[in-house]
Design a protein around this ligand. Structure first.
Ligand SMILES: Cc1cc2nc3c(=O)[nH]c(=O)nc-3n(C[C@H](O)[C@H](O)[C@H](O)COP(=O)(O)OP(=O)(O)OC[C@H]3O[C@@H](n4cnc5c(N)ncnc54)[C@H](O)[C@@H]3O)c2cc1C
Length: 466
C-alpha cells in the first residue's frame, strides 16, 4: 500500500519543521504557504520560517528551561535549530540569528527536498475527512481559514472567560507586539556603551544609560504619547508577559526601571556606576548593522515612536528601520480540543502545531511543529502516535496546553514550572511555616530535571522512530 501524503498548512516556524520531519522519515508532504500572494500583518518576506519580531531563540545557558527544550530538539534532529546554529549572531548567553539568512536557508532546504511539494496558495478550508493534515497557520492565520477552523472546532470547546470567548466562539485572542529596530551607525556610542549584565558572557549588548532627569523626561513623553489606532474588534486584554512598554509605564513611574529598563549589573564605564535606567539594544543581523530594542514592544503611532525613542540617550539621531507594532494573535482552546499527541480530539487526522496550538514563542512553535510532524508520520504508517514523556520539556509543554484550566487558558513559554517536580529528599519541617523544603538548591534540582528529561527523551525517540 502506498503511503498517504501529508498536508501542511503554513510554512512558518512550526510548518517548516513539521515538513522536514515528515520528509526525513520518508513521507511525502504538500506544504501550503499563502505568502507572497497574501501577507499577514507582520511578515515582510516570502521566505519560510520568518522571525517576525525579535531575532532571539532565547537562552543557551545549560540547565535552563529554554536550553533544555532546544537541546531536546537538537537531539531529535530539528532542521530549524541546525539552521539557527549556522546563522547565529553574537548575543551573549542567548541563541540569536541573522533573521534573513535564517529564513532564506530554511526555504532553500525545503525547496530542494524532493519529498516536499510546495504550494504558494492560501488554504481556506480544512478537509477533516481527507488527507492527514497539520494545521500550522500561526497566530495571524488568514481570516477565511480562521472561519473554517471555527467550523471545525465549534461545539467542542469551552469559552475562555474575559478573553474574547463566548459559548458559540471558542477561539481565543490576545495581543502580541513587535519591538523597533534602528541602524547601528545612527547610535551615538559616545553616550551608549557595550556590556553584558554583570559582565557575564561577551559584551554583545549596546546599553543606553539614563540619568534620573533623562528618565523622567522620557517617561513623561512615553505615557502621553499618542497610541496607534485600535479597531473595535481589537479591544481585548493584553497578554501579561508581552505587555507594550507604555502599558508597563502606566503602572507607575518606576515600573520600567524594574522591568525592561532595569540597570542593575550594567556599570557605565564613564561613571563607574549603575545608571538610573538603561535601554538595551541587541544585534539584529550578522553584519551587525542594525539593533533591536530589548523588551520595547509598543503600540504607539510611528511618528510618536520616533519622537519619544529619540529621547533615549545615544538615540537622539537614531534611524528607524522598523517601528514597534501590535497584532491580534489567534490560538485554540487546546485543553478542550487537543490530545497530547497534538491531534484534534474530534478529528484525529488533523494535528495542530505552532502558536495556534497555545504555545508561546519561536522555539515552542518549532518544537510543536517537530512533534506534529513525527506524529503525522506515525498516522501515515498506521502506527500509534506517541506523546513525548512528561519529564521532558517538550512533554511538559504539551501537557500544559492539553491539561491547563479550559476556562482561563493562556499560552505559555517553556519554564521549569511546567516540568514535573523531582522526588528530591526534603529538609525537616520548618516550624514557622509547616513546610518542608527540598534538600537541594534550585540549580541542583534543575540540573537533575534536565538530566532526567534528556534520558527519557532518548527512549521516546527510539520508540517513536520504529
Ligand atoms: C507580531 C508578533 C510578534 C512576535 N514576536 C515574538 C518574539 O519576539 N519572540 C518569540 O519567541 N515569539 C514571538 N511571537 C510569537 C510566535 O513565536 C511567532 O508568531 C511564531 O512565528 C509562531 O510560529 P508559527 O509557526 O506558529 O506561525 P508563523 O511563523 O506565523 O507561521 C504561520 C504561517 O502560515 C501562513 N498562513 C497563515 N494563514 C494561511 C493560510 N490560510 N493558508 C496558507 N498559509 C497561511 C503564514 O503566512 C505563515 O507563514 C510573535 C508573534 C507575533 C504575532
Amino acid at each position: 500500500m502506498s503511503m498517504p501524503r501529508i498536508r501542511i498548512v503554513g510554512a512558518g516556524l512550526a510548518g517548516s519543521e513539521a515538513a522536514w520531519q515528515c520528509a526525513r522519515q520518508g513521507v511525502a508532504v504538500d506544504l501550503y504557504e499563502m505568502r507572497p500572494a497574501r501577507f499577514t500583518p507582520a511578515h515582510q518576506t516570502a521566505d519560510f520560517a520568518e522571525l517576525v519580531c525579535s531575532n532571539s531563540l532565547k537562552s543557551e545557558s545549560e540547565n535552563t528551561a529554554p536550553w533544555l527544550l532546544k537541546e531536546e530538539m537538537r537531539r531529535a534532529g530539528s532542521l530549524l535549530l541546525e539552521v539557527a546554529r549556522e546563522t547565529a549572531v553574537p548575543a551573549g548567553h542567548a541563541l540569536a540569528v541573522d533573521r534573513a539568512a535564517f529564513s532564506r536557508q530554511v526555504t532553500e532546504k525545503l525547496e530542494s527536498e524532493p519529498l516536499i511539494g510546495i504550494h504558494r496558495e492560501e488554504v481556506t478550508q480544512i478537509d477533516e475527512y481527507g488527507a492527514i493534515t497539520i494545521l500550522a497557520s500561526g497566530p495571524l492565520t488568514s481570516a477565511a481559514l480562521a472561519d473554517d477552523i471555527l467550523r471545525l472546532i465549534s461545539g467542542s470547546a469551552a469559552p475562555a472567560e474575559g478573553n474574547g470567548g463566548t459559548a458559540s466562539d471558542p477561539q481565543l485572542y490576545f495581543y502580541d507586539s513587535i519591538a523597533p529596530i534602528v541602524e547601528a551607525d545612527s547610535i551615538d556610542m559616545e553616550k551608549a556603551f557595550l556590556a553584558a549584565r554583570y559582565d557575564k558572557g561577551t559584551a554583545d549588548y549596546i546599553n543606553c544609560p539614563f540619568t534620573r532627569e533623562e528618565y523622567d523626561r522620557f517617561y513623561d513623553a512615553l505615557i502621553t504619547a499618542e497610541p496607534a489606532e485600535q479597531r473595535e474588534w481589537e479591544k481585548l486584554p493584553y497578554f501579561e508577559s508581552c505587555l507594550p512598554i507604555e502599558e508597563i509605564a502606566r503602572r507607575g513611574r518606576d515600573t520600567l526601571r524594574f522591568g525592561p529598563m532595569k540597570p542593575v549589573g550594567l556599570r557605565d564605564p564613564r561613571t563607574g556606576r549603575y545608571p538610573w535606567a538603561v535601554v538595551q539594544l541587541r544585534q539584529e543581523n550578522l553584519r551587525a548593522d542594525s539593533y533591536n530594542f530589548v523588551g520595547f514592544q509598543n503600540h504607539l503611532r510611528f511618528p510618536e515612536q520616533q519622537r519619544v525613542f529619540r529621547l533615549i540617550p545615544g538615540l537622539e539621531n537614531a534611524r528607524f528601520l522598523r517601528y514597534g507594532q501590535i497584532h491580534r494573535n489567534t490560538y485554540l482552546n487546546s485543553p478542550a480540543l487537543l490530545t497530547p499527541t497534538l491531534q484534534l480530539k474530534a478529528h484525529a487526522n488533523v494535528l495542530i502545531a505552532g502558536q495556534i496550538s497555545g504555545v508561546e514563542g519561536y522555539v515552542e512553535s518549532i518544537a510543536t511543529g517537530m512533534l506534529a510532524g513525527r506524529n503525522a508520520v506515525a498516522l501515515a504508517r498506521q502506527d500509534t502516535p506517541l506523546p513525548p514523556p512528561r519529564a521532558t520539556a517538550l512533554g511538559s509543554l504539551v501537557h500544559y496546553i492539553t491539561h491547563a484550566e479550559k476556562r482561563r487558558f493562556q499560552p505559555a513559554n517553556i519554564t521549569f514550572d511546567l516540568l514535573p517536580p523531582l522526588d528530591a529528599p526534603l529538609e525537616p519541617e520548618t516550624p514557622a511555616t509547616g513546610r518542608r523544603r527540598p534538600r537541594m538548591d534550585r540549580k541542583e534540582r534543575h540540573q537533575l530535571q534536565c538530566a532526567k528529561a534528556l534520558d527519557e527523551l532518548l527512549g521516546w525517540l527510539a520508540a517513536s522512530r520504529r
